[in-house]
Structure formats: C-alpha cells, structure tokens
Design a binder for this molecule. Structure first.
Ligand code: C2O
Ligand code: CU
Ligand code: CU
Length: 485
C-alpha cells in the first residue's frame, strides 16, 4: 500500500500531464462573451430587516438556446446577495417550493444552532421556515446553502447557494471598495458537467462519492466564461468557492500580484500580497486587484492538485482552466486607488497550553469506497459515519479548545458550524499569513491544529455540525455533531 505522501505526489505528477493538455482548451472552446451576472443585492435595512427566500426549481440559460433545469432562491439559479448589518436582527422566512426536504444553512454566521439551518431544521415541501438572525460579528463574507440530511450535494449542485455580506461599517472606515457589483464584486466559483442537451450532469456512482462531484466547466455566478467590466483602479473581489469538491489554484494570466484582505471570518491584520491563492470548497477570500494599468487580464486556475487518482478522471475534469476575464473600462468611476496598510486589530493567539485538545481523524478508506464494502463507503470521522441521532462531541459554551484534524488519503476542507477559529499549525508549521485570520473552513492534507472559541449555544435537539465540505463526503458520512452548553 502506498503511503499518503507517495500517493499524493503520484497524483500530482499525474496531474501535470493533464495540465499541459487542458490548460488552454477551456479558453479556446468557450470565448469570454457573456457579461458577468451580478446577483441582485438585498440590503436588509432597505426591507426593514425582513428577508423572504423561495427555494424553487427554474430554468437557467448557461447556453444561448438551451435552457437548463436548475434550482435557485427567488430566481432560477443561486440567490440574491444579502447584506446584513451588525447589531440588527433579521427575520428570515424560507418557503420550500422544491419537491424534496431542504434547509437553509448560514455558513460563517455566529448564531445559535436553533437558527443555523443544519439537518435539524428541515423544511418539508410546500412549507416555510421562519427564523431570526442576530448579527453580532465582524464584517465579512459568508454564504447560505442547503444542508438537508443526505441531500446537500445534489441541491447545491442544482444551483442553490447565495452570498451574505456582513457589514459593520469597516469598508467605509478603511476606504475599501464597496460599491456592490462595480468595484466590490461577488465571484461565486463552481464547477459543473453538462450533457449534450444542456442539462446538468450528475453521476451518482462510487467515483462521485469518493472524489466529489467534479466538472470540466467552471461557472462564475452561474455563467460560463464571463467578462467583468471593471473600473480602472482598485477592485475588490469576494471569492467564494461554492463547488461541491474542487479546489481552485487561482492566479492571473499576467502573473500580477494581488492583496488578500479578508478570509472567512473577516479582515486580516494587514493586506497579504500573493500571486497565487488556493481556495477550497466552503472557503471565502476577499482580494484587492489593481486594474489601473487598464489592461485586460484573465483569472485562471491550475489543476486541482489535491485529487488522488487523477488517472481515474476523464478529460478536463478539475483541470486547469481560464475562469473569468476582466476588462478595465475607463467610463466606470474608480473610487479607490490605495490599499490601506492596516485592516484590523486581531489579538495574538496567546497561551494555548492547558486548553482541552480533541482529535478528529477524517476517514476516507479509498479501497473501501471503490469496493463499496464499507458502510457509507468508508467516509466517516473517528471511525463513525454521521448519525443524526448521535451527539459526538460536547463542549462547554464560552470555552476555547484545540482541535487536531487529520486527513486520510486525500485533502478535505474541514468546516465547523457556529464558530470562527484560528489555524495554529498546518503539518506542524505555522500557516502562511493569509491563513492566519479567522476561518470556519480549513483544507487539511496531513494535519492541522486549530484554536476554536465556542460562543454560540447548541442544544441536543439542534446540535451544530462539523464536516468535510466536499459535499458528497458530508452526505456520505464525513460529518459529526456537537453540543455547546
Ligand atoms: Cu457550508 Cu455545514 O456547511
Ligand atoms: Cu456551515
Ligand atoms: Cu472530504
């Protein structure tokens, strides 16, 4: 049997061939034509902090003359972008017009578990769910998506997902770009496969369970190969990886540098200059990109290096691709030309000895998955596949703990509900600067130690989840439940 390292490096070598062949195929076959759709913004204050969402099926045009059956929130695909202000209480109603049970989970929000929208808040077809969200956390980019027991992957794949912009006035105070859709642009990245008739293709076999649903086509805000016209100046991109399984390795076609200003839970202490950025499913990063040279540029991704057994995958699935083209437009008003040196005051991690430690081993017995001989195809945490009736972990409300997460053969984006944590180490080393801020999801290949403060109540009736954000892994059992009282 191969060791994990040898296994992964053979996967990486396998993928470099795919990279050579796939690198430009995407851009050639699908020219950048369509302008980037911007989901409608609902500022909760403009509607008296009352938000209504309708989950329903629809038809969306990925291709000019071929409507595709999709689902969305109050629209054919995805959902509105919601802006919530710190200190406000938002009354949310979700109506389920789908033919299956759903939930709406608020990924990244610090709210009690009763409002969290996990598997314990099911909404039956034809019914509604009402909840209240009290917004009390720093400015950041969060999102919402379905989280029904065993059916999350398919529902997200069909198009259900939306962004949440939490606002505490920092953008204005810091002078950051903040005109939604103009110099503050949401980019929801996903990967899909299509059948020749334009319908979404979702293979339900063991390979999909093992590697997650992958695709040969990257979509941004529901569009294939879009163009964004941007002001000639600094532009903020809110990157959200809403894919079922794919990790993006982002860079610009001219290798220009950009600055990461925020991670999942809010601003970093200061901007971090990068030329490459890996974003795994569930994660968000906000970046500032300078378009003042007025040159067009393409945002690209390298092949997903975190997939083992690349050889099993056909064609350009999760391969290198061109994602979106930016065309600076001098007629657009550019307001921001300088990057603030300091963004937030984030406390030092401080002393961590004496804190309670727990271990979470993410089980992905590949051989079990292929042979389908294990229950749940071998996907579990600490040997136990998810059980909606079992509480796996009990923490005390108000405490902090260190969680040690260890992956199996492949990389898993580990996510915890109801918290924003700090990464202490990845494989025994300090994480790179852009991963030192607040996070709710961390890509683990090997091991990671995270410092988790528990500030939100979770009861036995509505426990919080922790799980792999490869949605097929989550659905198949790589998930556990915790109570915080
Ligand atoms: Cu975005 Cu439990 O997930
Ligand atoms: Cu979540
Ligand atoms: Cu996983």
């Amino acid at each position: 049997m191969l060791t994990r390292r040898a296994f992964i490096s053979s996967a990486v070598i396998g993928s470099s061939n795919a990279l050579l062949t796939a690198k430009w195929a995407f851009g050639k076959s699908k020219p950048f034509e369509r302008s980037l759709p911007i989901p409608p913004l609902i500022d909760a204050r403009s509607v008296a902090n009352k938000i209504g969402l309708i989950a329903a099926e629809g038809r969306h045009k990925f291709f000019p003359n071929q409507p595709t059956a999709t689902s969305g929130y109050s629209g054919a695909i995805l959902g509105p972008t919601l802006r919530f202000h710190k200190g406000d209480e938002i009354a949310v109603t979700v109506e389920n017009k789908l033919e299956r049970h759903t939930t709406v989970h608020w990924h990244g929000l610090l709210i009690p578990s009763i409002s969290d929208g996990g598997p314990h808040n099911p909404i039956a077809p034809g019914t509604s769910w009402r909840t209240t969200l009290k917004i009390d956390q720093p400015e950041s980019t969060a999102w919402f998506h379905p989280h029904p027991h065993g059916d999350t992957a398919r529902q997200v794949y069909s198009g259900l997902a939306g962004m949440v912009l939490l606002d505490d006035g920092s953008s204005e105070r810091l002078g950051l770009p903040r005109t939604y859709g103009v110099d503050d642009i949401p980019l929801l990245l996903q990967e899909r496969q299509f059948n020749s008739n334009g319908s979404l293709r979702y293979d339900d076999g063991p390979q999909t369970t093992m590697l997650g649903a992958r695709g040969d086509t990257v979509i941004v805000n529901g569009a294939i190969a879009p163009v964004a016209r941007v002001p000639v100046g600094l532009v903020r991109l809110r990157l959200l990886n809403g894919s079922n399984a794919r990790n993006y390795d982002l860079s610009f076609s001219d290798t220009r540098a950009f600055h990461v200003i925020a991670s999942d839970g809010g601003y970093l202490p200061s901007p971090v200059r990068r030329t490459r950025l890996i974003i795994s499913p569930g994660e968000r990063f906000e970046v500032l990109v300078d378009f003042s040279d007025a040159r067009s540029v393409i945002l690209e991704t390298g092949a997903d290096q975190f997939i083992p057994m690349m050889g099993m995958m056909s064609g350009d699935v999760s391969g290198a691709a061109q994602i979106i083209k930016f065309e600076p437009d001098p007629t657009k008003v550019s307001k921001v030309h300088s990057i603030p040196a300091k963004l937030s005051t984030m406390s030092d991690i401080g002393r961590v000895d004496g804190l309670r430690r727990r271990q979470f081993v993410l089980n992905d017995h590949m051989m079990g998955m292929m042979g389908m001989r294990f229950r749940n195809r071998g996907l579990a945490i600490n040997g136990s596949p998810y059980d909606i009736n079992r509480i796996d972990t009990t923490v005390s409300l108000g405490s902090s703990e260190i969680w040690e997460v260890e992956s199996g053969m492949m990389a898993h984006p580990f996510h915890i509900h109801g918290v924003q944590f700090r990464i202490l180490s990845i494989d025994g080393r300090r994480p790179p600067m852009h991963l030192q801020g607040y996070k709710d999801t961390v890509l683990v290949l090997g091991s990671a130690e995270i410092l988790v403060p528990f500030t939100q109540r979770a009861t036995r009736e509505h426990p919080f989840m922790y799980h792999c954000h490869i949605l097929e892994h989550e659905d198949a059992g790589m998930m556990g439940q915790y109570v915080a009282t």
